[in-house]
Design a protein around this ligand. Structure first.
Ligand code: 4AD
Ligand code: MG
Length: 431
């Protein structure tokens, strides 16, 4: 029976049968050192010339990096081996030989992106993809165990949600006005009248012309919407899900965080401390007093300002009550100040930017119509959405979380592109 490399390392002694791909190889005419990798870990394996026939040795000698092999042998502890255990190989079967692997050390980001399908095998990508899997699982766990139903909205949509400038138009049987989803929200709000608490994880699309380390044109959006909820209820769910994600990754992905050389003391406070909550006005004051940055009231916070602010805390920061004019048409006006809305952004620590955007939803039908008109939208197109405010409307709200931004922050990787198997940006849609 084959076992995983991680199980073999934990066992440390005795016989073992392993399979995987050759990650590193070096040797002489007496000995061959192979480092084998599988999805669980890596292990050093030694083949001694005397243990194999001439024919077998010839095949072993020709083995290239990335060949797929099955190995049988004996385990022993060895501090010089990269993961502390070594396999002395008694039998080796080549399952799939490998051509010379194009990826070697020190290759350009561009080259790695062109060879993304092969780069997925790297230890770095393997670790990130495992954490990504945990994050997705943790999001499902959190919502499902808190009484949410999973609900899907269409990807082909007929209205904008987050502004026309980042909409992707789709050719649709010669028709105009078909777009890829920027958010599930406008198709989720109608469903709270049946399910009350819902969530989704689905791709969202933004025609972002910005070539930053935070923007993808296709990203996985974790969104939720709840009926009978006020602004604080929405914020509490955001804090809850982020805490749950971080805690779960810390529990399940120790080794992967190690591979990524992630300083986990930067993540631990997130699971324990309450996230600071501040209004946009508070944020401007803090930026002025502590960072010597002047932001004119009414301007959205830019990346530089969010980054400076994030440096002051060791957990995500919750900023509320943004000026109405920088936020989406559906956000509720604050009852005591018509210039600001019950909109919230969660800003990640360490300069990873906005990871959640949400709001309490405007309940006043006329006010929504007014704001749509101001944006130059045809109100008729939104009738299905406006009906949510006509037939038994209730206070409600929700948010969207950029899953890749959360993963980038948790993994401590520089670029969001490394958090998704095949990143799509303005300049990259292949392979
Ligand atoms: O703030 P946004 O635009 O909010 C919405 O779409 C709401 N309709 C969500 C809702 O209330 N249901 O996007 C939500 C989050 C952002 O906070 C950010 O983390 C992420 O989505 N995001 C992106 N992630 C990667 N690449 C992009 N181009 C992104 N644009 C937004
Ligand atoms: Mg936003």
């Amino acid at each position: 029976m084959t076992m995983t490399i991680q199980d073999a390392i934990e066992q440390g002694t005795g016989d073992a049968q392993l399979r995987g791909w050759i990650w590193r190889e070096r040797g002489s005419n007496k000995m061959k050192f192979l480092v084998l990798r599988d999805s669980s870990n890596i292990i050093q394996c030694v083949c001694k010339r005397d243990d194999f026939s001439d024919e077998q040795w010839d095949a072993i000698d020709k083995l290239q990096v990335e060949a797929a092999v099955e190995l049988e042998g004996t385990l022993k502890k060895d501090d010089r081996a990269p993961t502390g255990v070594e396999l002395t190989v008694k039998k080796l079967t080549i399952v799939g030989a490998s051509d010379t692997f194009p990826i070697t050390k020190d290759q350009s980001t561009e080259f790695l992106a062109d060879n993304r399908h092969l780069w997925l095998r790297s230890r770095k990508m393997t670790a990130i993809l495992k954490i990504r899997s945990t994050v997705f699982g943790a999001i499902h766990d959190y919502f499902r165990s808190n009484g949410f139903y999973e609900y899907q909205s269409p990807i082909f949509q007929s209205v904008q949600c987050e502004g026309g400038s980042t909409l992707f138009n789709v050719p649709y049987f010669g028709q105009e006005g078909v777009f890829l989803a920027q958010s599930w929200q406008l198709y989720a709000e109608p469903a709270i009248f049946s399910l009350e608490k819902i969530y989704t994880m689905a791709p969202s699309f933004r025609a972002e012309k910005s070539k930053t380390s935070r923007h993808l044109t296709e990203y996985w959006h974790a969104e939720m919407e709840i009926a009978w909820a006020n602004f604080d209820d929405v914020i509490d769910v955001g804090e809850g899900v982020l805490k749950h994600i971080t805690k779960t990754v810390l529990e399940r992905n120790k080794l992967d965080l190690e591979v990524l050389e992630r300083d986990i003391s930067k993540l631990e406070p997130v699971t324990k401390k309450q996230f600071p909550r501040m209004t946009y006005d508070d944020a401007l004051k803090i930026l002025k007093d502590k960072c010597d940055m002047d932001v004119e009231w009414g301007k959205d916070l830019r990346t530089v300002e969010e980054d400076k602010l994030s440096e002051l805390y060791d957990t995500p920061i919750i900023v509320t009550h943004y000026p109405k004019k920088v936020k989406a048409f559906y956000m509720k006006e604050a009852p005591d100040n018509k210039e600001v809305v019950h909109g919230v952004d969660f800003i990640a620590p360490e300069g990873y930017g906005e990871i959640i955007g949400g709001s309490e939803r405007e309940s006043d039908l006329e006010s929504i119509k007014e704001r749509l008109k101001e944006m130059g939208e045809d109100v008729k197109e939104y009738e299905f959405y406006l009906d949510t405010r006509k037939y038994g409307s209730v206070p409600h709200g929700g948010f969207g979380m950029g899953t890749e931004r959360v993963i980038a922050w948790i993994c401590g990787v520089e670029n969001i592109k490394d958090t998704i198997p095949f990143p799509r940006t303005m300049l990259r849609w292949t392979p």
